[in-house]
Design a protein around this ligand. Structure first.
Ligand code: 5GP
Ligand code: ZN
Length: 137
């Protein structure tokens, strides 16, 4: 993808504050961090989102997450961390090249990354679970 900025960063055409790199990924500090140390893992081979990712690459990518998260936590001394990943505009994705966020969190944080808890009607969750289960290939 010639026009994709994360392709250029992931493959080293544009310099970045890199904290980890191997053949398939590059992890960099986010340019507009939610907190100091906020990092993003970029795949080197362009995929717009998780729905375009093959299982083998997904496995490789997610196997890297714990060691990078641990390194960030050790250096920052944060109390917790949100690992999140946005797929599609509706989900808050703004750069359409797959990436995983590492956001350090502190007990004193006032901002919450979360959602308002909802609910299901009687039997609704079981029915929905069953329908989704049938689609898992
Ligand atoms: P999204 O909303 O797509 O999940 O997250 C995109 C993230 O990429 C944002 O947190 C944004 O700050 C970060 N970002 C966008 N452009 C650049 C850039 O050129 N360099 C770096 N390091 N981060 C970027
Ligand atoms: Zn790309």
């Amino acid at each position: 993808m010639d026009s994709c900025i994360f392709c250029k960063i992931a493959n080293g055409e544009i310099p970045s504050a890199t904290i980890y790199e191997d053949e398939e990924v590059r992890v960099i500090l986010d340019i507009a961090p939610a907190a100091k140390g906020h990092a993003i893992l970029l795949v080197k081979k362009h995929a717009a989102n998780l729905f375009e990712l093959d299982a083998q690459t997904a496995g490789k990518i997610f196997s890297i997450v714990p060691k990078v998260a641990t390194a960030i936590k050790e250096e920052l001394g944060c109390d917790g961390m949100n690992i999140l990943q946005n797929n599609g505009e509706a989900a808050g994705q703004t750069v359409f090249h797959l990436h995983i966020h590492f956001i350090p969190r502190w007990n004193s944080d006032t901002v919450n990354i979360g959602w308002k808890p909802g609910s299901y009607a009687e039997g609704e969750a079981a029915g929905l679970a069953e329908r989704i289960a049938q689609r898992v290939k």
